[in-house]
Design a binder for this molecule. Structure first.
Ligand code: ADP
Ligand code: MG
Length: 579
């Protein structure tokens, strides 16, 4: 019988009065207040991760770098400090970079730190272990990218990365640290002199007073104004200012997906269910941390050509990008909204007295129709998306402080429509790129960053991209419940293979897959549910447990349509393939 042996964890070289680049990096992170790092170790960063833990920084080790990156991005979004991702060279770097690029597109602050192999053989293309010119690859996809070759440059490089990630328009930053730099040895006394406390890492950027006046003028003269709240406002934590502005002016508001809950979805001035009416009828729309991108038809489509826009944003280059903006106000949202509120007493609103009541009447009618839809789905067996959401809604309503992570196609669209949010920054989803594969990472980042419970509502296809990192939820014993809507496919499980060769269709997955067994494999409390009653009981128990849980929700294979609400984005000639 083999005797039990204990293995010593790898240790960074220890010299009496000397330290390595890795030590300097770990120290510098700690001194900047970084308290969590997400990543996946290997050559050349394994020892560094040990040092990170030794510094008292929480290291959350993942199964796939992309998910670690999604976690870092979500951490950044929820804390307004950079989430930090650690990757190994070459493929690990590339896997992580997808999340850093996605963070940049979404304006989430994060720093990807990657080990990279020594420069000389890369530059001469001589074929070295995991050789890749990582800095050049990262550059076009991130807000800023830096390489550190010397240990004495590490503290400065990290401060620059930190500033780039959170100041101005937030985004992803890449920090390339070469293997020789990580291992380079310095006198500790010299190294300690390198650290400094940076001043004002995210300076406030007050708007020009004349820009505020121009905007106020337009708003005050509007007959049918609306404030369109984006996730930039959620990020900026301006719910207090927006509440005051809305209450003092009586202007209704419409949230973008992740801005749901900045002001309550169900509030009397919420125009959440009147999107088309707002687009076609509002004469002045205030974009508060929202971009006029594809999610808003780039300012065309249903929008009235006469609508005038006021845009409150930190990024001047955003203005006029799709449609002329009548009143741009550039600055940070806190300063902008404070300035607007301060100027309010000087303006008299001229809102049409029928505008709000007409939106409220429409909201009422739509709410009745929606309730009827959920009601009609109650008895469907097997369940469809609406049956399941009808069961989930009261449970989520009873747990308003649970953070919702949501991805999929129909699962995304229908969940967004069904679940009302009452608290800011409690909804994290596929966001600007409408990507799949953010679920487990985002759920982990949200749980670690906030300590709150998380429910991730996932399409079965969406879950597949990140499913293995359910094991990370379990290893770190996070209060995350994963709910999988299993309809056996991408969009649905009834795709047809046009060749009849017996293979599944491109959209077909497995409607009989038992995801609850996957949960069990990692020790989570797991449920397989086939009725709304079972689902509601399982979700209630799972949230209350504050422990990892997995709920496999059995749906009908024909529940859900191709591409959910955005099927119109497909080339028309392809639309016949799935039913
Ligand atoms: P949504 O998808 O909800 O419309 P976007 O990510 O498209 O949100 O837009 C967010 C906008 O908010 C971006 O244009 C970004 O520059 C802006 N933004 C982010 N942080 C701030 C801030 N602190 N102050 C002002 N604008 C901000
Ligand atoms: Mg599906």
């Amino acid at each position: 019988m083999a005797t039990t042996t204990t293995t010593t964890p790898p240790q960074a070289p220890s010299y009496p009065n000397q330290v390595t680049g890795m030590y300097i990096l770990a120290r510098a992170l700690r001194l900047l207040g970084i308290d969590a790092m997400y990543g996946l170790v290997g050559i050349p960063v394994t020892d560094f991760a040990y040092l990170v833990q030794e510094e008292g920084i929480r290291f959350v080790g993942f199964r796939h770098e992309q998910q670690a990156g999604m976690a870092a991005a979500t951490h950044g979004y929820l804390t307004r400090t950079p989430g930090v991702l650690l990757t190994v060279s070459s493929l690990g770097f590339l896997n992580g970079l997808t999340a850093t690029a996605n963070a940049t597109v979404n304006c989430y602050p994060m720093i990807q730190i990657s080990g990279s192999s020594e420069r000389e053989p890369i530059d001469l293309n001589q074929g070295n272990y995991e050789a890749l010119d990582q800095l050049s690859i990262a550059k076009p996809l991130v807000k800023a990218a830096y390489r550190v070759n010397r240990p004495e440059d590490i503290p400065t490089a990290l401060v620059r990365a930190y500033r780039s990630a959170i100041s101005g328009r937030p985004g992803g930053v890449y920090l390339d640290i070469t293997t020789p730099c990580l291992g380079a040895v310095m006198d500790k006394a010299e190294a300690d002199k390198l650290f400094f406390t940076p001043v004002d890492m995210c300076p406030s950027m007050p708007p020009a007073p004349e820009a505020v006046d121009r905007a106020m003028e337009l708003i005050a003269g509007a007959k049918k104004p609306v404030i369109l709240i984006g996730k930039g406002a959620a990020y900026a934590c301006v719910e207090g200012q927006l509440k005051e502005l809305v209450e003092k002016t009586g202007i209704p508001y419409l949230p973008m997906s992740m801005a749901k809950g900045v002001l309550p979805d169900g509030g009397p001035l919420s125009a959440l269910s009147c999107r088309s009416t707002v687009m076609s009828q509002a004469d002045v729309v205030v974009l508060a941390g929202a971009r006029l991108n594809w999610l808003l038809s780039r300012g065309h489509g249903k929008w009235s050509p006469d609508t005038k826009f006021v845009q409150l944003d930190i990024a001047p280059e955003e203005i006029d990008c799709n449609r002329p903006i009548a009143a741009p106000v550039i600055g940070d949202l806190t300063s902008i909204l404070n300035a607007m509120i301060e100027r309010l007493p000087d303006y008299k609103m001229s809102m049409d007295p029928q505008w709000v009541p007409s939106l409220q009447a429409e909201t009422k009618t739509k709410a009745v129709k929606f309730a009827e839809r959920l009601d009609a789905a109650k008895s469907a067996s097997p369940m469809n998306h609406w049956t399941a959401l009808g069961a989930i809604k009261p449970v989520m309503d009873a747990n308003p402080d649970v953070i919702l992570v949501n991805e999929g196609a129909n699962t995304l669209d229908d969940t967004r429509d069904t679940l009302e949010m009452t608290m800011p920054r409690h909804r994290i989803d596929c966001a600007t790129w409408a990507i799949m594969g953010m679920g487990m990472g985002s759920a982990i980042g949200a749980a670690v960053a906030t300590g709150k419970s998380v429910v991730a509502i996932e399409g079965d296809s969406a879950f597949g991209f990140s499913g293995m990192d359910f094991s990370t939820i379990c290893r770190f014993k996070l209060p995350v419940t994963v709910v999988i809507f299993n309809n056996g496919g991408i969009y649905n499980g009834i795709g047809v293979n046009l060749s009849n060769n017996g293979d599944p269709a491109p959209t077909t997955l497995d409607v009989n897959a038992r995801y609850d067994k996957l949960g069990e494999a990692f020790g989570a409390k797991s449920y397989y549910v086939t009725t709304p009653e079972e689902l509601s009981a399982a979700l209630t128990e799972a949230i209350a447990s504050k422990a990892p849980a997995m709920i496999d929700v059995q749906l009908a294979a024909d529940s859900g349509k191709e591409s959910g609400h955005i099927g119109y984005l497909n080339p028309e000639s392809l639309q016949h393939i799935t039913v």
